[in-house]
Design a protein around this ligand. Structure first.
Ligand code: BG6
Length: 458
């Protein structure tokens, strides 16, 4: 495979951590195997006393499913540098080991990222350096704004990539094509025709040894504040003139600025719950509160739900329900647009009461349209049918797609600074209400379908 473009260094801070192993390296492997690109030096850095060999082993394991010259060269050339990234001397040493354009990936908790950015201000960065930050970006609106100010002192906004791997999922990106490349859909995606929108990401996955991160984040921050609000933005924004970074990100920012809690009532428009012991796929799961590393007194939720309003001409009055839960009986990952009932159904037809629904599945990647038709049997009795289409997976894994944007200096799939703050502005009142005990922490058994009732108004 030929190489193009300048030499680059991807400097991974937090290289020995969970995120690097679970998502970043597999995504990088997919990208290296699937694309031509510049000569890439990957440097791993962490506090652990690893050597090059140990780090190379981790990389090889993550790249096990891919191959090709670019993959092999990257593994051969990679190095590990032990460093405390909150110390200027250590950061200087790391930057000296880089060659060509520098891309710094902060695979670190928010507090360490913020401290590293402050230390970088004293070090100075080579021209053109790009900074890549993982979620959560800050811990609330004020800390996100503060982090944005610190980053702005280091590099220009276009050089900052706030990663949300949902933006690299092919079905999430397909929302654009679905909405704006179909004459029959776009005219009905508004408050005149839509009764409500659900964006649901229920996983059968439980904690998976991630207590260190998850017990401080919880479902609201882990999924809703980040990924699901990004999906909402794509579903609710107006058509951009092009999918060029500025146009797309302007439209997303606009719709998020118009989004707020339903009735501006955090207690009535949100719900939280935590799983108790249960059975999942034939396995016995302990209660979340009993998992290793969990502090039950933190009352971290494993299921979060909130309803928001999008106050634009298009969506005024339509509730958007966002929900994500862990250890659920069935994986359900989809956005469902529920249409209003027809204006009038001719007398004499029965069985049409189920509303039409458009379902966009985020894994499996599929599209479904629930319709009412004159089905088999009595022609005057309506039967529901679903028109179904399966999508193939994207060419790259979601993390690979996002990293491609980072390495090619294309911020289209990155979250812009103002948007990151808006997403916190939307959820901060919920976090405050929960902390104040205004919303009781509910329970659901692991392996169940979660709390039964819905928060959807009407
Ligand atoms: C991550 C969350 O960002 O997204 C996880 O931290 C979650 O808790 C995951 O399981 C879901 O995304 P995907 O792409 O793995 O389905």
């Amino acid at each position: 495979m030929t190489t193009t473009g300048p030499t680059q260094t991807l400097l991974i801070l937090g290289a020995t951590g969970d995120l690097t192993g679970r998502l970043l390296l597999p995504g990088l492997g997919g990208l290296l195997a699937g694309t031509a690109g510049s000569d890439l030096l990957v440097l791993g850095s962490g506090m652990n006393d690893w050597d090059d060999e140990r780090w190379r082993r981790r990389m090889s394991e993550s790249f096990a499913a891919v191959d090709g010259d670019r993959v092999a060269t990257t593994v051969r050339e990679t190095r590990y540098l032990r460093a405390d990234v909150t110390r200027e001397d250590d950061l200087r040493r790391l930057l000296e080991a880089c060659r060509g354009e520098v891309v710094i990936f902060f695979a670190l908790p928010p507090a360490v990222t913020a401290a590293a950015c402050r230390a970088l201000a004293g070090v100075g960065l080579p021209a053109g350096t790009r900074l890549v930050l993982e979620k959560p970006f800050g811990v609330d609106q004020a800390s996100a704004a503060q982090l944005n100010r610190e980053l702005a002192g280091l590099v220009a906004e276009e050089q900052i990539h706030r990663v949300d791997h949902f933006l690299g999922k092919s079905t999430v990106l397909n929302i654009l094509g679905l909405r704006f490349a179909n004459r029959i859909l776009e005219p009905v995606l508004n408050a005149d025709h839509v009764a409500g929108v659900d964006i649901i990401f229920d996983e059968s996955l439980a904690l998976e040894g991630r207590a260190g991160y998850y017990d401080r984040a919880g479902a609201l921050v882990d999924m809703v504040q980040s990924h699901l609000l990004q999906v909402l933005a794509l579903l609710a924004m107006d058509a951009p003139p092009s999918v060029e970074a500025r146009e797309l990100r302007d439209r997303k920012a606009q719709v998020l600025r118009a989004t707020h809690l339903w009735g501006d009532d955090p207690a009535a428009s949100s719900r939280r719950a935590r799983y108790t012991a249960g059975e999942l796929d034939g396995r016995r799961l302990p209660a979340y509160a009993e998992e290793a590393g969990v502090d039950p007194a933190r009352e971290t939720e494993t299921l979060a739900e909130m309803v928001v309003a999008v106050d634009t001409w298009r969506w005024s009055g339509v509730p958007f329900r966002l929900r994500s839960g862990k250890a659920m009986a069935a994986t359900r990952k989809e956005a469902v647009i529920t249409f209003r009932q027809p204006q009038r159904v001719p007398g004499g037809l029965s069985g049409w009461e189920q509303p039409d629904r458009l379902r966009i599945g985020f894994g499996p990647d599929r599209l479904g349209l629930d319709l009412n038709i004159n089905g088999p049997g009595d022609p005057f009795v309506i039967d529901p049918v679903t028109l179904d289409a399966e999508f193939g997976p994207g060419e790259l894994p979601p993390y690979g797609e996002v990293l491609k944007g980072v390495l090619e200096n294309d911020p289209t799939l990155s979250v812009r600074g103002d948007t990151a703050e808006e997403c916190w502005r939307i959820v901060d009142p919920v976090l405050a209400a929960w902390r104040a005990g205004a919303v009781p922490l509910g329970e659901y058994a692991a392996g169940s379908s979660g709390p039964p009732d819905s928060l959807l108004p009407g």
